[in-house]
Design a protein around this ligand. Structure first.
Ligand SMILES: *Cc1c(COP(=O)(O)O)cnc(C)c1O
Length: 387
């Protein structure tokens, strides 16, 4: 289906709500029944209709249909945030004694799940540099049942050969989940590449305005039903109707925003690359990127996020740069209208800062919807302030 049709029409039933162009927010917790037989049917299959909004809700369903179609998936569940989507997708597919192979340095709360929560249930994880298929093969043990991918990673943009990892997993009966937040389905469609579940945080590009959280999990209907009937209803982290409505609104402008951000990011990256105070830059579709070829093969585009390293070994200079920006704000998250910066060293105790470790000097930047000329001027004056 055409992306414009998905975004503007799919799932919307305007004749049922006064031909309103924007859908109503079905702000209801429960749904009434006239017949006991119908109520019984809803108890038996809660995913087959509307019973209670911890399960399904009509506003949320409009969003589900659009997001599943964007990913080329049969079905989709939308959560209150991305971390919940990942938690449910992983937890639903594990049992005691299972082993996970995961890319190293996955999203913070995924790492916490693997390191702290799952070991309590006898599940272990091995982290690998997942850049080649051999690394996945070598880390797989007889009890490996799950592969966790994040491609690209949201700090160093390391990518995995998605099709090969998916094929290896299929041959061994291993379930796969990928964090596709960086690309969104506009730039990468992992389900079509053979991955079982594609996750993205809707907090970032789909919401697009830094005013709501959401998480998307796409896959087969069978997989989504399995998750719905257990983790989804039990954790109770399904998205609320108002937030779903905000995400439908965000979707309307997603392609236009992504296009603008892609263009602006390329301009800012080009500026940074030639600046004498910038040591190096990490951006998956830049020729200097170590996995540039693979990135070009499997990603239709790259936007928003890049990481750079200042030509300095001093923590103070990194701090100085970040604090000298006048318009670009310092905050976690990304994908909104506003450009952001975050230094890796903010999460490292000053005494542990090791200038020899390039990662400690990483500064991540997100380019939003502002005029790139305005952003570059801000970066220029901040770079001028560092030694
Ligand atoms: C933000 C983020 C998440 C988590 O999403 P939330 O909506 O904040 O829970 C997961 N993965 C990546 C790469 C992210 O940037």
């Amino acid at each position: 289906m055409d992306i414009s049709q998905i975004i503007n029409e799919l799932g919307e039933d305007r004749e049922n709500y006064f031909n309103a162009v924007a859908p109503p927010i079905m702000q209801t917790s429960n749904f009434a029944f006239k017949k006991v037989a119908d109520l019984s049917k809803a108890f038996e299959d809660e995913m087959g209709g509307y019973l209670y909004s911890r399960g399904l809700n009509p506003t949320v369903d409009i969003l589900r249909k659009k997001l599943a179609a964007l990913d080329g998936a049969e079905d989709c569940l939308v959560f209150n945030n991305g971390a919940a989507a990942i938690f449910a997708g992983i937890f639903a597919n594990l049992k005691q004694g299972d082993h996970i192979v995961s890319v190293k340095a996955p999203y913070t709360w995924v790492q916490r799940m693997f390191d702290v929560i799952l070991p309590r249930f006898g599940v272990t994880a091995t982290y690998i540099d997942g850049t080649t298929i051999e690394k996945w093969e070598n880390a797989t043990t007889p009890n490996t049942t799950f592969y966790y991918l994040e491609s690209p990673n949201s700090w160093d943009f390391a990518i995995q050969p998605i099709q090969e990892v998916a094929a290896l997993a299929k041959s061994k009966g291993i379930t796969t989940l990928i964090d596709n937040s960086y690309c969104t389905p506009l730039y990468q469609k992992p389900i079509e590449m053979g991955i079982d579940m594609a996750m993205q945080t809707a907090t970032k590009y789909i919401g697009g305005h830094s005013d709501t959280l959401g998480g998307v999990l796409c896959g087969s209907h069978e997989m989504m039903k399995k998750i719905f009937d257990s983790e989804y209803l039990n954790i109770g982290s399904g998205i609320q109707p108002f937030n779903a409505w905000l995400l439908i609104r965000g979707l309307r402008t997603l392609p236009a925003r992504i296009e603008r951000i892609t263009k602006s990011t390329a301009e800012v990256v080009a500026y940074m690359k030639q600046h004498p105070k910038v040591e190096s830059i990490l951006f998956p579709l830049d020729e200097s990127f170590p996995q540039y070829q693979l990135a070009k093969e499997q990603m239709k585009g790259a936007c928003g996020l890049f990481t750079f390293v200042l030509k300095t070994d001093k923590r103070e200079q990194v701090v100085k740069f970040c604090e000298s920006l006048k318009h670009i704000m310092m905050a976690v998250s990304w994908g909104g209208h506003e450009s952001l910066v975050i230094p890796k060293c903010a999460g490292i105790k000053p005494a542990d800062f090791d200038p020899g470790n390039k990662e400690h000097r990483y500064i991540r930047m997100y380019i939003g919807l502002e005029d790139p000329v305005y952003l570059i001027a801000d970066i220029e004056q901040a770079l001028a302030s560092v030694e």
